[in-house]
Design a protein around this ligand. Structure first.
Ligand SMILES: Nc1ncnc2c1ncn2[C@@H]1O[C@H](COP(=O)(O)OP(=O)(O)OP(=O)(O)O)[C@@H](O)[C@H]1O
Ligand SMILES: O=P(O)(O)OC[C@H]1O[C@H](OP(=O)(O)OP(=O)(O)O)[C@H](O)[C@@H]1O
Ligand SMILES: [Mg+2]
Length: 408
């Protein structure tokens, strides 16, 4: 196969792609920490010279002396310092009653009073990943795309929560919707175009210089060269300096406005914000595991509740059992663990009696109207709907998963 990769790309592992759907990465062979140095990062926006000029993002596999975790009192959490993830990360923590106290936006360290042993450090997303690897951060919030690109499947990186519900986007190949690409709609068709040869390979512009070549190689795409730039990649095809691009897409507006289209089979990964930790920090740094447990519990309680409403309704009935049977006959009314049903006491002619029962259930926001209809169908009235703030379960499944992953 004649995938044209510069030699420095070929020394990286090219096993299966980093699975964004896998919550936790596999355990490491040992807990010994070998820090990896940042690699050279050569950026060129000149596509015609790229065959030997693209270097991968992230860390190089250069040998380094074994080291231990540097002692410090504080657990360090990295948050995006700017860009579209910055405000959302702080807002998410606020929704979990974790208030980041940043005196001014140019100050790169902050505190969370609710977590006195934890410092927040604001960094660019890619630097959060690099610093988790170097041991300068213990925890971080970054997009799965950045984690995959700069983490490069390093076993020290553990995804503690893979779906923080913001920063949704996907990494995708896009081609022009005109000219020779007009009738090309899939990766397979793109690969089979007669235009590409050793002399004239497909020119792909991307900032994802690790994931891009890896994806093309895994998909058996021959005759491709990569170029990279720091932004506005969508301009490259119209400028004549690339045939296709590989970039993040969320609304799709930028592609549309630049006459580009996505193709079937061209999605490299789905991404959203994730909580990531250094395995070494969790196993060796005092207090790190407790901190991550608390953050995880708060996140799970908030995120689980975020998608739900509390619904209260009154229902006429002869007994709680009979009301329960009616409610449970409806598919959307079973709540988290079944409905809570309580008698509503009233006085009639001086006597206390029970003619109504109050039922309380949690329903997914998306299923609200269906649930209301089903409640009415079984005799529910006076339906009250309120937002749900937290759901603290007995245990958080991701915590158990994390402990297993750490071998604890
Ligand atoms: N439409 C989108 N385009 C790019 N990133 C998005 C988009 N939607 C969500 N994201 C997420 O936001 C992250 C940060 O993007 P942002 O553009 O703010 O910073 P960056 O491009 O990594 O940094 P810089 O602009 O300094 O190079 C991305 O890595 C991705 O996880
Ligand atoms: O699908 P859309 O909602 O249109 O978003 C996709 C665009 O957003 C990002 O660019 P960004 O805004 O970060 O600018 P950049 O090109 O300078 O990175 C990304 O690189 C795409 O260009
Ligand atoms: Mg950007």
């Amino acid at each position: 196969m004649s995938l044209l990769l510069p030699t420095n790309l070929q020394q990286y592992p090219s096993s299966s792609s980093f699975p964004s759907s896998t919550p936790l990465l596999s355990p490491p062979p040992s807990t010994a920490f070998v820090p990896r140095r940042r690699c050279l990062r050569l950026v060129t926006s000149c596509v015609s010279t790229v065959q030997s000029s693209v270097a991968t993002n992230g860390s190089s596999p250069a040998p380094a002396p074994a080291a231990v975790v540097v002692e410090r009192d504080q657990i360090r959490l990295g948050l995006p310092s700017k860009g579209r993830m910055a405000a959302d990360a702080i807002d998410l923590l606020k929704d979990c009653q974790l208030f980041v106290k940043q005196v001014n936006p140019r100050q790169y360290v902050a505190q969370i009073p609710q977590l006195p042993n934890t410092e927040v450090w604001f960094q660019r997303p890619k630097d959060i990943v690099r610093k988790l690897l170097s041991g300068d951060l213990d925890l971080g919030i970054v997009g799965l795309d950045t984690l995959s690109e700069y983490g490069q499947e390093n076993e020290d990186l553990i995804i503690v929560h893979e779906a923080l519900n913001f920063g949704d986007c996907h990494l995708s190949i896009a081609i022009p919707n005109y000219g020779i690409f007009e009738n090309i709609n899939s990766l397979k068709e793109l690969a089979q175009m007669p235009q590409w040869s050793v002399e004239r390979p497909l020119r792909l512009a991307t900032g994802f210089t690790y994931l891009g070549p890896k994806f093309m190689k895994e998909n058996g795409i021959k005759h491709v060269v990569f170029s990279t730039a720091d932004g506005a990649l969508e301009a490259a095809p119209a400028m004549g300096i690339a045939d296709a691009i590989l970039d993040l897409v969320s609304s799709g507006t930028t592609l549309k406005e630049n006459n580009l289209k996505e193709i079937e089979g061209g999605v490299v990964l789905e991404s959203q914000a994730a909580l990531v930790a250094s395995r070494r920090a969790l196993t060796e740094r005092k207090g790190a595991l407790n901190t991550v447990h608390e953050i995880l519990e708060r996140l799970e309680a908030h995120l689980k509740a975020d998608g739900q409403f509390t619904v209260v309704a009154n229902m006429r009935g002869n007994s709680a059992q009979e009301v329960a049977e009616r409610v449970l006959s409806q598919p959307s009314l079973s709540g988290l663990q079944g409905p809570t049903i309580s008698p509503v006491y009233c006085t009639q002619n001086g006597k206390v009696s029970v003619d109504y029962y109050a039922i309380v259930i949690c329903v997914p926001k998306k299923a609200l109207y269906d649930s209301v209809k089903q409640l009415r169908a079984v005799g529910g009235s006076g339906v009250l709907v309120s937002p749900l703030t937290y759901i603290f379960d007995e245990d958080t499944p991701r915590w158990g998963q994390l402990l297993r992953n750490l071998g604890l």
